[in-house]
Design a binder for this molecule. Structure first.
Ligand SMILES: Cc1cc2nc3c(=O)[nH]c(=O)nc-3n(C[C@H](O)[C@H](O)[C@H](O)COP(=O)(O)O)c2cc1C
Length: 174
């Protein structure tokens, strides 16, 4: 079916079709009021503006992680490598206690949010604005610090990709 009759919206079909758009995989991190780290797997990360430098992502309304970190006014986007598929699932599990960080090495970004060791890239942001859009927020962040390939001994890592519900790697065609 390609046409969309008004009354017959099928959310499973919507999800299935959207799953055909491949994305990178990020873990967005931050700190709660007590300083504890939080993070969740986010595919809806996007670059928004070069001047001023801004990026954004879309957490579901009611997200426990977003509610924990939003008051701090900052977050850090960690782009996962193809060696970090375990982190993709770990940070997407329904529990949102600090156990998502069990066994995960990290250090603090300039604004304090966790940078996961061996991420492909990290982008540290101050929250500029939060827009409500349907059942998600759009969080717009102003970039305050960023780097790529910093933790890989001069050998740039490959990114992790998500497509039709599964993870894979990137095959360059030159
Ligand atoms: C590859 C992938 C991408 C995801 N992208 C998003 C996203 O963009 N927004 C979102 O709200 N949840 C996304 N999720 C689901 C969340 O990671 C998951 O619901 C998580 O439990 C949310 O954390 P919270 O319960 O602490 O809020 C994604 C999950 C996966 C596996």
């Amino acid at each position: 079916m390609t046409a969309l009759p008004d009354k017959a919206f099928d959310s499973d079909h919507f999800r299935m079709v959207m799953g055909h758009f491949p994305t990178g995989v990020t873990v967005v991190t931050g700190r709660d009021a007590g300083g504890s780290p939080h993070g969740f797997t986010i595919g809806s990360f996007t670059s928004v503006s070069l001047d001023p430098p801004m990026v954004g992502f879309l957490p579901q309304i009611g997200s426990a992680t977003w509610e924990a970190i939003s008051a701090s006014g900052s977050f850090c986007v960690n782009v996962l490598s193809d060696q970090q598929s375990d982190l993709c699932w770990k940070f997407a599990k329904s529990t949102n206690d600090a156990s998502r960080f069990d066994g995960v090495k990290w250090h603090a970004a300039p604004l304090g949010s966790p940078i996961l060791d061996r991420a492909v890239a990290w982008i540290d942001c101050a929250v500029e604005h939060v827009y409500d859009m349907g059942d998600h927020h759009f969080v717009l962040g102003r970039v305050k610090g960023l780097d790529a390939d910093a933790d890989h001994d001069g050998r740039p890592p490959e990114p992790l990709l998500f497509f039709k519900g599964t993870l894979g790697g990137f095959a360059s065609e030159g």
